[in-house]
Ligand binder design. Structure first.
Ligand code: FE2
Length: 411
């Protein structure tokens, strides 16, 4: 993010002394991306950010992946997935590849352990619920419809105020607004569907610092990579990581709520890139939101059939009236995976039914990956095996169901 923020106490000039009233010298830390060549922030710690006293194995939840072979479109019913209650350790992997993983958790109200994803940024979509994410940068409040962007290597913990359904997109890269939305210096341009004002950054730094001040031997769960794949480590820190009295820069966690996204509409059907909200390496995140649709006299509001020649497409249906989609199996909480190499689109009856419609009341979050996705153990556990055959209305698992899906698939 090129959008500069500052919070708390800072020395007037960077890399100079900052002391408290007792003369204690704060320790300056630079958190920077791409080897001092991209966005960064400077943080001022009371303790020593590198002081660890122990390192042990953290056994991660099952990270296994099953290839989508033989090739099929998939329907995964996330609301049927039983997860742990911890916002971090309770996550179950639904889909993943070597660029990005999607996990799902239904939390309780207990806070997560302190956690750091050292592999890449996380974009956690809040399907329902509210609470806060406490971070070294301060507290970030979250609510339903938020994307919570947590930069790589940010110490944080989730503190749900109520049970929350969290859809976690964990990247091997950074996650940021599409470059085409930004000026060459990083400001959001007029054609972008959101801008800096819509991003909510951290606050309440002092409360975190005060609460953590005298805590020692604090465990932080670190997710990282080795040649053996994704692993976890429990690091114990001599002092609490939430000891930052001030920071400034362009690297920090923030939220963006889908209500603040301004959908782009057209005279005829607009392609998915107009719905893009973020991108990472080898994937994009889009959202399809309630909006007026095409106004050409002969417009067909639902999409044409399309082959994702270079991508797998994951739709997560998060809002709207899906009762009207009887027969498809798709409902709130559903994921559809439409893999590359296979065309998809609406069932023919849905095309006719959409003619003359001027408004879509539905919300979905889409992740398109440029490498094939594989099924996580959580995805396999809640798959609807009949979905692949619903366009034809028959297949090896159709069981006599006549149900071609009357799906207004928006992507
Ligand atoms: Fe699509």
């Amino acid at each position: 993010m090129a959008h500069y923020r500052a919070l708390g106490r800072l020395p007037r000039q960077r890399h100079t002394q900052l002391r408290d009233d007792d003369g204690h010298l704060f320790r300056e830390e630079l958190m920077g991306e791409e080897g001092f060549s991209s966005d960064s922030s400077l943080l001022y710690h009371r303790g020593v950010p590198s002081a660890i006293t122990d390192s042990q194995v953290w056994d991660l939840p099952d990270q296994s992946r099953t290839p989508n072979h033989p090739l099929k479109p998939r329907h995964l019913k996330l609301h049927d997935l039983e997860t742990g209650a911890c916002p971090v350790e309770g996550r179950r992997m639904v889909l993943g590849n070597n660029d990005v993983r999607i996990a799902y958790v239904v939390t309780g109200t207990d806070p997560s352990p302190l956690y750091r994803n050292a592999i890449g940024d996380e974009c956690v979509y809040v399907e329902t619920g509210s609470g806060t994410v406490e971070t070294v940068f301060g507290t970030v409040a979250y609510r339903a419809g938020d994307y919570v962007i947590v930069p790589r290597a940010t110490d944080h913990r989730w503190v749900p105020a109520e049970p929350s359904r969290l859809y976690a997109v964990e990247a091997n890269s950074h996650i940021h607004p599409p470059k085409r939305y930004l000026s060459r210096f990083g400001q959001f341009l007029e054609h972008a569907p959101y801008c800096e004002r819509d991003l909510v950054g951290p606050a309440d730094l002092d409360a975190l610092v005060e609460r953590s001040r005298d805590l020692t031997d604090v465990e932080v769960l670190v997710k990282h990579r080795t040649s053996a794949g994704i692993v976890g480590t429990r690091l114990t820190y001599a002092t609490h990581p939430f000891d930052v009295v001030g920071w400034d820069g362009c690297l920090y966690p923030y939220t963006f709520n889908i209500e603040d996204y301004m959908p782009i509409t057209g005279k005829v059907h607009q392609p998915p890139p107009v719905h893009q909200v973020f991108e990472g390496w080898n994937f994009v995140i889009c959202n399809f939101l309630p909006r007026k649709v095409d106004y050409h006299d002969l417009a067909i509001p639902v999409p044409y059939y399309h082959s994702n020649v270079d991508s797998d497409e994951v739709m997560f249906y998060v809002g709207g009236d899906y009762e009207a989609r009887k027969g498809s199996g798709i409902n709130l909480g559903s994921i559809s995976l439409h893999p590359g190499g296979h065309a998809h689109g609406p069932q023919p009856s849905a095309i006719e039914a959409s003619l003359g419609v001027d408004y879509f009341d539905e919300s979905a979050v889409m992740v398109d990956t440029f490498a094939p996705l594989e099924l996580g153990e959580g995805g396999l556990a809640v798959e609807d095996p009949a979905y692949a055959w619903t366009w034809a209305g028959r297949g090896p698992d159709a069981g006599g169901d006549d149900g071609g899906p009357a799906v207004f698939s928006n992507s």
